[in-house]
Design a protein around this ligand. Structure first.
Ligand code: NIG
Ligand code: FE
Length: 378
């Protein structure tokens, strides 16, 4: 097993206590083996000299839609000229995705996960949801499995055509049966123009019965039943949370569902940002993720989301970094990632900056110098 010593670290963010200025890290194989004062560091086979740079946990991007073909740049341009986002464009991507071969779909997923990796992301969740037939959802998840263990069945993204109740029957029956072997999670887009609270409950309970764990797209376009349904079902995460009522806030504060905020979507749909400050002040666990998809948020950059969360959503830089690392891990119910502690996965990033503050302070600047994923320099 190869060991690597990372030393001369300017600032080490572990998410396990305050940032440290004196510390070194030793990685052994795919795990963190030692963290302590640099002066006491044990010998290792290899060395990474951080040269005064900050070291942070790899980002955990807990919400992304990477199984698609084509893009919707023209839809984005129309929005920037005043058109509204409705989610209706999902069907354009569904048509492109169905027409694509397996190789093309997988290559696009690989391109995006590589792009994420270069920006410091070491874990990504990937949803289906642009196939919307039994065969197309199954293959999206089968291919996604080659890219991540965090796969999510989102057959209930929109109703592709025909009768919504008949489509819910398909999703909860044959489509779920075909998807379940390749999926860890089940998700529904519970919002205006997509699925009602009742339909979303039917989809999630069927998924739970099939052994999947629930998470939910909720309250993106309007305040609706999604957030309270998520808490009610003990979902790992309610995602978007853009429009919350006081009752939604109370429900989140009283449950153990993470609120996953996706500021790339508000940026790209020119919508009001979610009120992260209100969520944090109410004691809700908040995660940040990219929502990377060709319609509402075609960014793969967690640093960009951190910068937006700090500038537009009332988060401090430390809160935003926590939400993009340990918070994402909570949203995936994982305790082996998102923090740098002995025994955790050796997933970390060395920044091209002396402090993590630069992630928000220097927006748009590529600040990821080196990424270790499972202990392997990328
Ligand atoms: O999370 N809101 C639903 N799904 C995606 C958007 C998908 C699309 O527009 O293609 C989202 O924003
Ligand atoms: Fe999404």
């Amino acid at each position: 097993m190869v060991s690597i010593l990372i030393d001369r670290i300017g600032e080490l963010v572990t998410q396990d206590g305050p940032a440290r200025r004196d510390a070194a890290v030793v990685v052994e194989g795919d795990r963190i083996a030692w963290i302590g004062p640099a002066a006491d560091a044990p010998a290792a086979d290899e060395r990474i000299d951080a040269d005064g740079a900050a070291v942070i946990p790899g980002f955990v991007d807990s919400h992304a839609h990477l199984m698609f073909a084509g893009d919707r740049a023209a839809e984005f341009a129309a929005r920037m000229a005043g058109a509204k986002y409705t989610g209706g464009g999902i069907r354009t991507t569904v048509a492109a995705t169905r027409a694509a071969g397996d190789d093309q779909l997988l290559a696009n997923g690989r391109r995006l996960t590589a792009e994420m990796r270069r920006q410091g992301t070491t874990t990504v969740e990937i949803k289906s949801g642009y196939g919307l037939t039994v065969a197309d959802e199954e293959r999206s998840l089968r291919l996604a499995r080659e890219l991540t263990g965090e796969t999510t069945f989102l057959g209930a993204h929109v109703v592709p055509d025909g009768d919504p109740d008949a489509y819910v029957e398909l999703v909860t029956g044959p489509m779920l049966a075909a998807a379940a072997p390749y999926a860890k999670w089940i998700d529904v887009f519970c919002d205006r123009g997509a699925f009602t609270g009742e339909q979303a409950r039917a989809v999630l309970t069927a998924g739970i019965a099939a052994g999947l764990q629930p998470r939910l797209h909720a309250n993106q376009l309007e305040a609706g039943p999604g957030v309270q349904l998520a808490v009610d079902l003990g979902a790992a995460s309610a995602d978007h949370c853009t429009h919350l009522t006081p009752a939604d806030l109370d429900a989140l504060a009283g449950g153990d569902t993470v609120a996953t905020l996706l500021p790339g979507a508000e940026f790209s749909t020119r919508s009001p940002y979610p009120d992260a400050r209100a969520l944090l002040d109410a004691g809700v666990t908040v995660a940040l993720a990219t929502d990377c998809n060709p319609g509402s948020s075609y960014t793969s950059s967690m640093p960009f989301c951190i910068a937006l969360a700090v500038r537009e959503m009332g988060m401090t830089p430390a809160e935003a970094l926590w939400s993009a690392t340990a918070g994402g891990a909570r949203a995936l119910r994982r305790d082996d990632i998102g923090r740098l502690i002995v025994g955790a996965r050796a997933d970390l990033a060395v920044l091209d900056a002396p402090s993590f503050l630069h992630l928000a302070y220097r927006p748009g600047v590529p600040l990821i110098r080196t990424v270790l994923h499972n202990g392997v320099p990328q």
